[in-house]
Design a protein around this ligand. Structure first.
Ligand code: UT7
Length: 327
């Protein structure tokens, strides 16, 4: 049986840092509130003219190509998961392919909000399983600061910018993408969205005046759904793969709120040492959070480790993916 294994990982985190102390000069907030309610100390911001999500994605892809000794022309598929594309079109995948010299691939963007990386991993894994494709790049990331309203204290401390990329290759060993459970439910539409700039409300003076090009989030409603859905689906994927708290090596959760992450880890019965947490440094980078975690923990991961990746985001979209680390 052919499975898709992650054979390398790269990431890009922009240099500029926005601390809670600086945030408190922009809106009426405090380091104490942000740390105790969300767990974020600082976030990184992509600055500079003409820089977008693909700027970060391309750096992450170049890193993974270099680390795996892969030539850009060998890449057959490039899938970019993002909610903050460079443009409506062409795709961020096209922008990234151009920046990396990827000339022989098919490519496209997918939009599953904060669940983008696990959605794209499932899609890429099936390209590999088909037997037709042998080198698939998954890139995921967001320039969340481009859609953040720095006059809204309920959302602006939450978000930052980052991207990560992995190479998927076929394997016949018992490693790679083992299972996934993914969901979408439009019940989330009123609670988490950005309504400006699409085909219903194209950009106009009115959409700008009404702040429709920013993330709108009803935090408490999203929080409740995130905790229950991520925990349910993570426990479900453990049970159906006969995994226990002892045989799961790592939980790799989307980083939106430290309290959500802890609640999910507790429901799975996992000790804190098995849970990847870096929200304090980067905040919520949407599709970027999970690949950036994998990148930062890469040196600690061992071949055969059982990882549960789980995310929740706008739509609502959510899910869990069982990955056996391949190197
Ligand atoms: O990644 C995609 C999915 N997104 C998520 O998973 C996010 C889920 N939601 C959350 O993480 C949390 O709901 C937030 C972090 C967004 C908010 O935390 P909360 O504990 O739910 O706060 P709240 O909205 O219930 O607000 C509590 C209080 C309110 O004041 P009152 O009404 O109690 O007087 C807010 O006005 O905190 C106030 N508040 C703030 N105070 C200081 C809200 N934002 C701030 C702030 N600084 N930045």
């Amino acid at each position: 049986m052919i499975r898709a294994a992650i054979t390398g990982i790269g990431a890009y985190i922009p240099e500029d840092v926005l601390t809670n102390a600086e945030m408190a000069t922009i809106v009426d907030t405090t380091d104490e509130w942000i740390m105790s309610r969300v767990g974020i100390k600082e976030r990184h911001v992509l600055k500079g003219e003409n820089k977008g999500t693909s700027t970060m994605g391309a750096e992450a892809v170049k890193m993974v190509l270099k680390k795996t000794n892969t030539k850009p022309e060998e890449v057959e598929v490039i899938i970019f998961a993002t909610t903050t594309p460079d443009y409506i079109f062409p795709s961020t995948a096209a922008m990234t392919a151009e920046a990396c010299g990827i000339k022989n691939a098919l490519g496209f963007d997918i939009q599953a909000a904060c669940s983008g990386f696990i959605y794209a991993l499932e899609i890429g894994s099936n390209f590999i399983k088909s037997g037709k494709y042998k080198k698939v790049i998954i890139v995921a990331g967001d320039k969340m600061t481009s859609i953040t309203n720095y006059k809204d204290r309920t959302t602006c401390p939450l978000f930052g910018d980052a991207a990560g990329a992995v190479l998927l290759e076929p394997t016949t060993e018992e490693v790679g993408v083992m299972d996934s459970i993914l969901h979408i439910d439009g019940v989330g539409i009123p609670h988490l969205h950005m309504h400006g700039g699409g085909s219903v409300h194209p950009a106009s003076h009115e959409t700008v005046d009404k702040g429709m090009h920013y993330v709108y989030q009803e935090g408490q409603v999203v929080f409740k759904h995130a905790v229950s859905k991520m925990a349910d689906v993570s426990v479900e994927i453990m049970e159906r793969n006969h995994l226990t708290k002892d045989t799961v090596n790592w939980l790799v959760p989307h980083q939106a709120n430290i309290r959500i992450i802890e609640a999910v880890g507790n429901r799975m019965g996992l000790p804190a040492e098995k849970v990847m947490i870096n929200i304090q440094k980067y905040g919520n980078t949407s599709a970027g959070t999970i690949p950036v975690c994998l990148y930062e923990w890469e040196s600690k991961l061992k071949k055969g480790d059982n990882l549960i990746l789980t995310a929740f985001g706008g739509g609502f979209t959510w899910g869990a993916l069982y990955l056996k680390w391949a190197y």
